[in-house]
Design a binder for this molecule. Structure first.
Ligand code: ADP
Length: 419
């Protein structure tokens, strides 16, 4: 509205924007005594298309696409007084992101000139709308199709493996994930450590995934999409599953989770050379192994065994990470609690057995803050980026980020399973 009527000028709202109505003074055209000239700012009536454009800047927190594109806006109405009412359709009624969505919609609409107030009403999609959303996101891909196993997939999949538990495989996985996300890559973590899942805690994820039809929307923590069997079990219950069920769970995590266009997917494997490692090779033949070990002789022997699975599955080994390499003492000297040379020895042994180059990608010292960050859900990479352990992890992330994904000349080994 650009015409100025008797009550066009607006009062100012809390945000400093002019909102309500005050009488307009004579504007110099009256015949009587002339009032001193006054400046009146006229705020345009908010335009519905401008409101919709503002709404297009709001992403669904889980799907990470504009809510307008996802057909989540049921209605927009703009009152003469500049009040705006928006109805947003949630994917499911218990959507954990309600408050965030309401907040972001309100602040986006508030940026539009002339808006005096914003009222957000939340509705829920009906079955047909959910089906349409799923269709829009997944296209015509069959329900069980694993996007990372399709020819031309641009996602680099790293399966993080270790010979035994407790060597820091999960700590390495989550820190690399947040480091890669901080470099602007789109990153997912699949916690395939079915028996010892610890990734949700390490990334501070407490929410449950939202399910839309057969599609699971993964929670996002520190910019990383995360899915774990721990999100589907009540409390801290152990998962007692045998091979075929594990395979099915993994398949579901790979196929039914809406990962979007990932640059990198990190899979935290259970320790050892068990069923899951074989399933990964079958389901995502292009997955490359990242082997984590400590310098200790015992750890190094089993790490070699875990890595040598790549020989049978024809997977590539991207490299070896040595964790808990030393403890830096207050005088600057290093105490090698678990011995030394394990990481390099594993890399050399795997290079010899596979006939490929297997680099030692880095050595991460012992640092109490790695453990504390794991317990509190705030990875050291974000809290103490200058700590030597964080810098070692960041350097490994850099090496992984720089790698080009190429399927050229790769032996695909086992055929991908389709169901
Ligand atoms: P895994 O996944 O191999 O079982 P975790 O990542 O769960 O191992 O690590 C085992 C324990 O060791 C955790 O409490 C973790 O916080 C701690 N930890 C791992 N790496 C380090 C490190 N470099 N310095 C200190 N503590 C570490």
């Amino acid at each position: 509205m650009t015409d100025v009527d008797m009550f066009t000028a607006f009062d100012t709202n809390a945000a400093g924007r002019r909102t309500g109505r005050t009488p307009r003074w004579a504007l110099g055209c009256a015949t009587g005594p002339v009032e001193p000239a006054r400046t009146i700012s006229v705020v345009p009536h908010p335009d519905e298309s401008a409101v919709r454009a503002a709404l297009a800047t709001v992403n669904d927190p889980e799907i990470r696409k504009p809510i307008t594109e996802l057909n989540m806006i049921e209605s927009v109405s703009v009152g003469d007084d500049g009040s705006v009412a928006v109805t947003v359709l949630l994917t499911i009624s218990g959507c954990p992101m309600k408050e965030q969505l309401t907040r972001e919609v309100t602040s986006a609409v508030n940026t539009v000139d002339g808006v005096s107030s914003v009222q957000v009403t939340l509705g829920v999609m009906d079955d047909a709308q959910r089906t349409a959303l799923r269709q829009q996101l997944r296209g015509d891909a069959p329900v069980n199709e694993i996007p990372f196993a399709q020819p031309g997939s641009r996602t680099r999949v790293y399966a993080v493996a270790s010979g035994k538990g407790g060597v820091g495989k999960s700590s390495v996985t989550v820190n690399l994930a947040v480091a890669l996300a901080a470099r602007g890559l789109s990153v997912g973590v699949l916690d395939a450590d079915i028996y010892g899942f610890s990734v949700p805690r390490m990334l501070g994820v407490t929410g449950k995934p939202t399910q839309v039809e057969q599609m699971i929307l993964p929670p996002i923590a520190h910019g990383v999409k995360v899915i774990s069997i721990g999100m589907f079990t009540p409390g801290n219950t152990a998962v007692v599953w045998r091979g075929p069920m594990l395979h099915r769970a993994l398949q579901q995590f790979l196929a039914d989770v809406f990962w979007g266009e990932l640059d990198v997917l990190l899979m935290d494997l259970p320790p050892g050379t068990g069923d899951i490692a074989i399933s990964v090779a079958q389901l995502v033949p292009s997955a490359e192994l990242l082997v984590v070990t400590t310098p200790q002789l015992a750890a190094r022997e089993v790490a070699e065994r875990a890595g040598s699975i790549a020989l049978q599955t024809h997977q590539q080994i991207v490299g070896v990470v040595e964790n808990m390499s030393w403890l830096e003492l207050p005088d600057g000297s290093r105490m090698e609690l678990f011995g030394s040379g394990g990481g390099q020895a594993v890399a050399d042994a795997l290079a010899a057995s596979t006939g490929t180059k297997v680099p030692l990608l880095g050595q991460i010292p012992i640092d109490q803050r790695v453990r504390e960050g794991g317990d509190s859900g705030a990875p050291i990479l974000l809290t103490d980026a200058d700590a030597p352990a964080a810098r070692a992890l960041a350097a490994i992330a850099d090496a992984l980020a720089k790698r080009q994904h190429s399927l050229v000349g790769r032996s695909l080994g086992l055929a991908p399973a389709t169901h």
